[in-house]
Design a protein around this ligand. Sequence first.
Ligand SMILES: Cc1ncc(COP(=O)(O)O)c(C=O)c1O
Length: 471
Amino acid sequence: MEGWFVTNSMARVAQSESDTNLTGRRAEWQARVLDGKARDILARDERYFLRQSVSTPCLNAIARAEGIWIEDTAGRRYMDFHGNNVHHIGYGHPRLKAAIARQMDELPFAPRRYACDTAARLAEKLAAIAPASLSKLLFTTGGSDANEVAIKVARIATGRFKTLSFWDAFHGAGFGAGALSGEALFRSGPAAPLVAGASHVAPFGCYRCPYGHPVDGAGQPDLARCGLACARMVEYVLEREGDIAALIAEPARAVPFLPPPGYWKAVRDACHRHGTLLIFDEIPTGLGKTGRMFACEHDEVVPDILVMGKALGGGILPIAACITRPELDVAGEWAFGHYTHEKNPVTTRAALTTIEIIEDEGLVENAARVGRAALARLDAMKSRNAAIGDVRGRGLLIGIEMVRDRTSKEPDRDLAEAVMYGALDRGLSFKTTMGNVLTLTPPLTVTEAEMMQALAIIDEAIGEATRRRSA
Ligand SMILES: Cc1ncc(COP(=O)(O)O)c(C=O)c1O
């Protein structure tokens, strides 16, 4: 029992993935805001769901989700700037709902041993939009599974079993994906013992460089001074271990942190030199979030394997995919991605239609355009607000760091949390990451006007929280 408590308290200290669900401020917000219906649903939810950090108990109960909006049981509407990164095309897109309904009538399921046209068409589509020659794939139900498929492919292709990934990363909740992850919350307690051979390295993250290198006055890395220490450390580990099958990482970290210029090219080259495959986990960033179809396109680096999920199912159905170079089709005698819904016509129809919607509605371009406008507005907000230590992002993956002091960069988690609840009061929902980073990941359908409205809300909420503190 003692062990449980130790582990549990450790997980709380190491809290980094999201805002916490156990704070006094949350209790106060709920007491003030929730209606009877929401209280009833939350009570039943807590009665039956196993409690777990950052999930249950929940914040509120929702009754509707449409476009960029979620609506709670009291009819309060919130722009959803979190959405678990599943809602690229907005919730309940009419074209997607119609396509799913038609597919359920035509062919609701394909048992193993049978191919179906929809799954084949999705495969063709993904091969067409994926970078370079990536074209052999498997579908899974969730991203965690797809990452594990990627690792199995790498093991078989290289004859090695070790992996390298980033501290602080999240790659999923399975034992394999959990071992790749770099957060105590997902690695310790019930997740341990982990899969053997999973090494970690400190990631890039220039504003808070783990290697201690400062950024310049504009918040940019000083490459002449740091010499891309973060990339050199990857090579150092690859060389020391000598037999790492794969490096798996998010090309743009979800915190968010963006790679310094040249980082991925240097790491790509290091992987080549050491016979290590490069796997990009684009589960949250893929399909347009960063203003390019895949985040790695910004860095002009092609991985050996790319994993996508989340928004692939259009925010309605669960589906993920692992797509590889054709030369990695080397595991024909093994069954390593043998999932019940591997070729489900309905989930593959959802994915196919989602990609068609992203293309037909120009959503990748919209993400790039609205993201640029947002960063410009946030830079202006930063210039007149000392509590904002840094703003950064690409497309619609945006982070705002709340700090107590710009020089010490001490994270201001209390202020970030106050801002989050202040924004909820004004109709905007987002999550904080690492406690102090307001993380905005709206749907790709968001308009510039809606984005500006959301940023005005954040501006107001920061003003209010700062005034309250000094009062
Ligand atoms: C980067 C990354 N990889 C993997 C996963 C796991 O995906 P899933 O929850 O579908 O298993 C997530 C989910 O948040 C993620 O953000």
